[in-house]
Design a protein around this ligand. Structure first.
Ligand SMILES: Cc1ncc(COP(=O)(O)O)c(C=O)c1O
Length: 325
């Protein structure tokens, strides 16, 4: 099992601080997510139906009508590698670790390298998997560059898989509207920007034959009725989306400034987190945790990822803690 952010119960036990007293900045989840309304009882009582309007809402939101709803993009990350015979797969280093693990588990030969080496490595790969913008570094590759790589791969029957879990605040950089032809797969999540991580809803955008194979591999009713209901409303709420985009971009810049001001200048980030490289990562994480603030640590290179505080009181709390360390 790989490590993930959001393990508040574990932190509560380890540091002897009650769960409700923690400020959890260990994930890239919007702390002021889409407000879920009370759900009709039928959501709990009836099986979800495929023609409930969710696919149409998602098609409009992503600008793509070849998509499949999945139980979080994680479900697709795990299932996709089983749809290809063993081949050569390239990924960034560092990146969201579940991708490499899933491809390796399915017998593929996995190589990881920095962004600067992709161009040179591409002709030796059958599948290139990128998280764009990358988690945890925030590095972003332009849509033009990705399209060029995808064409090179597709001429040999190869795939480009782009995980856009953190793309919602900058939709102008998304490849979603370009999906349709064989060889391009885009993964999206409702867990980050919409803050609906617990609902477990994501989408795979790809050419129709791949979606049929994936759908058969995953089976019926993979996404629960309450989750489908909330996801449909969230995807259609353009007013909330526009405000959230503005606020997240502003708050992420505020977080970068706050960290820089306390000798932790970020090396990268997205609208939903900032990444700080520092040799003292372990001790800074520990000092913050003693004050009930949870951040995510990475080892190679030693770094910390800070998610966004939500309410003003949380910003003050982070600032006070940073001052002390
Ligand atoms: C880059 C990236 N992709 C995918 C996921 C999985 O998200 P979900 O399964 O909630 O859609 C995560 C979760 O942290 C992530 O960071």
């Amino acid at each position: 099992m790989l490590e993930h952010g959001g393990r508040i119960q574990q932190a509560a036990q380890r540091y002897g601080i009650p769960q409700e007293d923690w400020l959890d900045l260990s994930t890239g989840i919007n702390p002021l997510g889409w407000p879920v309304p009370p759900l009709p009882p039928a959501c709990w009582q009836r099986l979800p139906e495929p023609d409930d309007g969710l696919v149409e809402a998602a098609s409009r939101y992503y600008g793509c009508n070849s998509l499949l709803v999945v139980a979080g993009s994680q479900a697709a990350i795990q299932a996709l590698p089983s749809l290809r015979l063993p081949c050569r797969v390239g990924l960034l280093a560092p990146t969201y670790a579940e991708h490499a693990q899933a491809w390796a588990r399915n017998g593929h030969r996995v190589a990881q390298f920095p962004l600067t080496e992709i161009e040179a490595m591409l002709d030796q790969l059958d599948v290139l998997v990128l998280v764009n913008p990358n988690n945890p570094t925030g590095q972003r590759v332009s849509a033009e560059m990705l399209r060029a790589w995808q064409h090179r791969l597709a001429t040999r029957g190869g795939w480009l898989v782009v995980d856009e879990a953190f793309m919602d605040a900058t939709p102008e950089h998304s490849l979603a509207p370009q999906v349709g032809a064989e060889g391009l797969v885009v993964l999206r999540s409702l867990g980050k920007f919409f803050g609906l991580a617990g609902a477990r809803v994501g989408f795979v955008l790809a050419w129709p034959e791949l979606l049929v194979q994936l759908s058969e591999a995953l089976g019926p009713w993979t996404v629960a009725h309450p989750a489908r209901y909330a996801a449909r409303l969230a995807l259609a709420d353009a007013t909330w989306q526009a405000l959230a985009r503005q606020r997240l971009l502003r708050d992420s810049a505020r977080l970068a400034e706050l960290l820089a001001h306390h000798a932790l200048p970020p090396v990268g980030g997205t609208a939903l987190f900032q990444q700080v490289e520092c040799e003292r990562a372990l001790s800074v994480q520990n000092e913050l945790a003693k004050m009930g603030i949870l951040v995510r640590r990475f080892d190679a290179p030693p770094s910390l990822r800070f998610g966004l505080p939500g309410a003003e009181g949380e910003w003050q709390r982070l600032e006070a803690a940073l001052k002390k360390i």
